[in-house]
Ligand binder design. Sequence first.
Ligand code: UD1
Ligand code: MG
Length: 461
Amino acid sequence: MALVDVVVMAAGKGTRMKSSMPKVLHRLGGRALLQHVIDTASAIEARRVVVITGHGAEEVEASLQAQTGLQCVRQMPQLGTGHAMQQAVPVLSDDGITLVLSGDVPLIQADTLQALLSVCDGQHVALLSLQTNSPTGYGRLVRNAQGVVQAIVEEKDATPEQRLIQEIYSGIMAVPTRLLRGWLARLDNQNAQQEYYLTDVVKFAVADGCTVQAHCISQAWQVEGVNTPVQLASLERAYQHLQAQRFMNEGVRLADPARFDVRGTLSCGQDVEIDVNCVFEGEVHVGDGVRIGPNCFIANCSIQAGAVIHAFTHIDGEKLGVTVGEGASVGPFARLRPGAVLAAEVHIGNFVEVKNSTLAKGAKANHLAYVGDATVGERVNYGAGTITANYDGANKHRTIIEADVHIGSNSVLVAPVTIGAGGTVGAGSIITKSTEPGALTVARGKQTSMANYQRPVKNKK
Ligand code: UD1
Ligand code: MG
């Protein structure tokens, strides 16, 4: 088949979003609407992707800068979809098929586009249409008595009889570029909106004896556009529903597919269980047999086999990532920040924060603690309420806690400092100097008692 050049129309204003941000940059499933369309274009191995920008062009173009094989063409002013395509054809070559997509129709699926391209077959006009009982606002497909498509008529230009037609044009079409070029040159704006309509190419195709075929689908969400925050939320749900189905089909056990959100890429091993209201962002990998409790936020991390994440845990590895080792236990109410690396069987309990620290196999910090810029050895017991004082107001320093150390509750380890292997720190200590292996170190006020102490009493008036 002929090579495919995708043109994504993204010059429209998006007034009804009532936002200062260009519409196509609003996010769905953690990705810009336009990015969904571009990713789908790359899934069908388009030769070229041309994005037509207009309103908010600078911002939209800046968002695409890092991406290769992509070209932006500006449409100033915006005189209609046909006018938009007129700006794009100079960068397209005649040997290909032009596939027209909309930057605000994010959920079109690659297999649907493949089917449309097969209908086009490098020689016909292929229109993606939808059978719907709420056609209002859309262009209607007008067919003759033999059922052959004759034209697309916009709502505002349609006769009352044409408005009854329930097959609408989705805004997506595939056309041989050499033919499209000629038809676009013949467009005019003699219509209700005084716009250059791309849809008028259908009339020209029919007049020139070129076959026009519709590929009609029934899944409205694939061709639904985002014009308002309500539509954005509704497509977000459709997208999350699709993902939930996909994960469950792969064996992931979701407590409730309606309360599960993936705003990035999640990969799951076998026998993964995810309770309600969990949100996944960025790149997350979850190994075999992992259980995730309710109400967790999990971003940019790898959770290895058999680990358990208890309710209300917050994990975000940002750029550095977070690793939760095999069989580890995290939460409830724990927070793992960038650079937290937990080896196998580590326990992180409630109200414990870990940042840029490694905890070796079997280390435990079970209650109310901060572990920052620390290297924690195997089997260390990090007492309740203990803090690494890692920041002197200007620089960060490391704390090294060697294997088998026991840190008593409510201690402060003032970095840089090393606690020697097997050592013990008495509860309530403020450790400012490194300690020897095997030593007990206590650094706090000595306990004294006064026998038979009498508390003061109130003066009588
Ligand atoms: C268009 C179709 C209509 C179809 C509907 C599907 C035309 C004339 N009509 O109508 O048949 O049912 O989509 O949603 O094509 N855009 C530009 N430059 C412009 C105008 C629009 O880039 O000058 C972009 C918009 O950003 C949007 C897309 O083209 O991504 C569609 O434009 P829109 O104004 O929404 O067209 P509709 O009137 O909805
Ligand atoms: Mg529209």
